[in-house]
Design a binder for this molecule. Sequence first.
Ligand SMILES: Cc1ncc(C[n+]2csc(CCOP(=O)(O)OP(=O)(O)O)c2C)c(N)n1
Ligand SMILES: [Mg+2]
Length: 645
Amino acid sequence: MMTGVTPDDPSAPRRRRRAPAAATPGDPAVPAPAVAAARVLVQALAALGVRDVVLAPGSRSAPLAYALADAARPDDERPAGAPALRLHVRIDERDAGFLALGLSKASAHVGDRGPVPARPVAVVTTSGTAVANLHPAVLEAHHAGLPLVVLTADRPHELRGTGANQTTEQVGIFGAAVRLAVDVPAPVGRPGEDRDLRRTVSRAVAAATGARTQDPGPVHLDLAFRDPLVPGDEPWPAPSDAGLTHVAARALPAEPAGLLTGTVPVVVDVLDQPADAGRPSRRARGPVPTVVVAGDGAGPAATRLAEANGWPLLAEPSSGARQGPTAIGAYRLLLADERLGGRTGRVVVLGRPTLTRPVQALLARPDVDVLVVAPRGADWPDAARNASQVLLDVPARMRQGRVGAPAGWLDAWRTADAAAQDVLAGALDAPEDGRRSRSGPRVSGWALARAVARASAPDDVLVVGSSSPVRDLDLVARWDLAPLVLANRGLAGIDGTVATATGVALALPRRRVRAYLGDLTFLHDVGGLLRGPAEPAVDLQIVVANDDGGSVFTTLEHGAPERADVFERVFATPHGVDVAALCAAYGVRHTRVVDTDGLLPALASPGTGTSVVEVRVDRTQRRNLAERLAAEVAAAVDKALSPGA
Ligand SMILES: Cc1ncc(C[n+]2csc(CCOP(=O)(O)OP(=O)(O)O)c2C)c(N)n1
Ligand SMILES: [Mg+2]
């Protein structure tokens, strides 16, 4: 939605209690309109729950920069009227955007009284290309449902379309990716202006948090500022509630009423009837063999659902659900088995699954009844266009474990998973893993993923990059109690991951935060390491799986031997970068690990500050090893599930 606010907006209040004096240029007691408005805006953000603001430098945004610098002063130095905010300054707007995203992502948690949604975090830029550099983070926030409040400074309307320096079409630049876009005119100091601005900020924060819609996401205020942009000694305005609108959040019913009482039969019908009406009733055949697929952000409800009914839990690392006795680590390799994936008649999907083709194939099968539980937002995940129902919540009968599973259903999956784990352990512990090659010793991606998983305690936080790291972790991670695993799965970009992890680390200073990413993902966002001396230190360990290129492509059709002639140049993109030198340039500690023995010690003691553990990973064997492991697991599972095994 896009709205414009014009100086003669009819929504401006007609009755005013105290008309503030219009600004008189040069009046030492009254700040310039742009400066006054920036202060009111910063006060409103703080009053509406914003705690962190990320700023990239620029001149048109100067009124906000000065106001934020005041708000970030220590308590005893902050001017009267200035709210307390945490300020983070970054040079690169793309990183500023992802830093804000990481700060917001890490603020969501499960509190004593249930889930606490992500906090809105603001990011401020100047005009021009600076704005466009926020686009990747805005898109990720859109698809991940994170409340980014994007504040971009702009020239006043009279300078737009005139060829004025650093002036472009900023209004609406993020298109459908923002929940709200407002063209805020340059303040002139007219009566009622502050109040209107608070109203606009209130709407923006409500739209970002999804208070009315349960659909959080980014919002964009394009703020025109007219010179002068610099404050003098004028005091801050007293904080005021005028125009502030606290919008009550629309609460989802914990259990949709109809399901609780059984008065809405539609869901219950589906649970009791076969997907294919031509087959005998499932009631007659007993419980449907069901699995829970927990995609990104599914949360602990997925674990509870699986445990209540004795259903296998196929949980991605960033699901927040991958733990406990029902979690099937190697599910990706088990779905092909007729007695497991083949027998599955129903899937309950929580969160958004994106990682593996076998899961997508399962969700696409016409003989599988797919129930998607999507409590938030307008959309729901159903890439296979096969969902029979989209529910706001897990049906009560399921939640209470009254749907159940056929005898031996979970046991079969667990037996198969144990067999798969033996195969994986045998391969990853074999002496040829971590072997020496001409360019030095290397470990496999899976061995590294397993070491990262093992090094991650329940209180730790793991930010995992797209591409192989998240998929390798998905195959090998086994946790009784999982760490908090976060990933940018909204659009699964390899961009902005260092900055996202930095935001997470800044948001969770008391927890050990580790990022685990591929070398191209690291290099793409190496600028995320850039932090000026005035910025707070970041305790973050970055584990880089360096296989000199994009190994994920080797496992796809592009990596087939017959395409080898072009593969290296146009898919793998090797780079030969000296990561140690790069880290030195950014003043970041660097350790290189070349064998499996060195892994655990390097991961175990991250120390303070930001450090990089570069692990030399073998890419050349990934395709062969993946094929070999799949075949060996299939054989081992077959043996384990055969009668008399
Ligand atoms: C911004 C962006 N550009 C391109 C891609 C496509 N892409 C997916 S994985 C990948 C390679 C990643 O390589 P690396 O980080 O080294 O991980 P590896 O596959 O080697 O494990 C690329 C380029 C993407 N996801 N996001
Ligand atoms: Mg790589």
